[in-house]
Design a protein around this ligand. Structure first.
Ligand SMILES: [Mn+2]
Length: 330
């Protein structure tokens, strides 16, 4: 089999990463995945014995790590597996992964920047714009690469184009429509020329303003943590977590949604040095069946609904214990 496969995340950084990988490996099969699903998805892709697999913007989940390694073993030795990511990773997992995959990992840049740098010699000129959209989408636009490449254009225009994508993605079904978007981006079509994307971006922006008003009156506060739970509208999780921090004048904001006795949340920090990924590793260890993680400034978690308020209390304690100048290292 000589086919190639791309597995990437469904957010803007993931979509642009996938679009750049597609430019480097034309006519690949494209799949959207996520940390909790990557082992299953790899097992499925391994059945086709592809010659090349590119995995991008998928964090390595600590609990599922052995399953990921087992899934990777199913590929023939001849399959080249690229794993390109920017989420924090433990040393022993980095070593374990690197035994089977070509691992390109840095914390700081977005995944799209890394995919671009990895495949740059094979890429057309417009791919750099996709890397910059990914960087803007993931708040990773301060890297030396992003700063210098933004200067090659009028960066205000790039922010508009990236902003249209960020907003439209709030309203897009990520499996179906995102695949079309990924292909359109790889073809070099600009977001401002995609009528449906522009319309969705405007709709999402109006909804976002409504959500801000809602969070302002509904958010609750516990110490340095502001939170909102079960907003009348789904989605907009990262944005409403930020709003919850701001409107309660807190260092950390949470936007949570409960269903079937479980609660799932996005967590963001505001003017705080706390490393949210590290905070979650510490705090979640005490809650049965809870899991979560992500980046220092943006993370997610899920747990039993019954544990939510206790989790907020414990997280508040943790945030209060962080001294200025430290990030939570022990
Ligand atoms: Mn990312």
């Amino acid at each position: 089999m000589t086919g190639t496969a791309i597995l990437t995340h469904g957010d803007l950084d993931g979509i642009t990463s996938g679009a750049i990988s597609l430019l480097a490996h034309p006519s690949s099969d494209v799949y959207f995945s996520r940390p909790s699903q990557i082992a299953n998805d790899l097992r499925r892709v391994a059945r086709d014995s592809p010659s090349v697999v590119v995995i991008s913007d998928i964090a390595v989940n600590v609990t599922l790590f052995p399953e990921i390694l087992r899934a990777l073993e199913r590929f023939p030795d001849s399959t080249v597996v690229h794993w390109i990511d920017h989420h924090p990773i433990l040393d022993r997992q980095r070593e374990g992964l690197a035994k089977r995959v070509d691992l390109f990992h840095e914390v700081g840049p977005c995944a799209a920047e890394l995919v671009y740098r990895k495949f740059e010699p094979q890429l057309p000129e417009h791919a750099v714009r996709l890397a910059l959209y990914g960087a803007i989408g993931d708040y990773c636009d301060g890297t030396p690469f992003a700063v210098s490449r933004l200067e090659d254009y009028d960066k205000r225009t790039l922010y508009l184009e990236a902003g249209l994508l960020v907003q439209a993605l709030q309203e897009i079904d990520y499996r179906h429509e995102s695949r079309e978007l990924l292909r359109a981006l790889s073809l070099g079509i600009q977001p401002s020329s995609m009528g449906d994307i522009v319309a969705l971006a405007m709709k999402a922006t109006r909804i976002e303003h409504e959500i801000f008003r809602y969070v302002r009156q509904a958010a609750k506060k516990h110490g340095p943590v502001g939170y909102v739970i079960d907003m009348p509208l789904g989605g907009y999780r990262g944005k409403s977590a930020k709003f919850a921090a701001y409107v309660t004048d807190s260092k950390v904001g949470i936007s949570a949604r409960s269903s079937d006795g479980e609660v799932d949340m996005s967590i963001r920090r505001r003017r705080a040095e706390v490393d949210l990924n590290r905070a979650l590793q510490e705090v979640l260890a005490d809650f049965d069946g809870a899991h979560g993680g992500g980046h220092p400034a943006a993370a997610g978690a899920s747990m039993s609904r019954a544990d939510f308020l206790e989790f907020v209390r414990r997280l508040a304690e943790y945030v209060e214990s962080i001294r200025p100048g430290s990030t939570g290292a022990v």
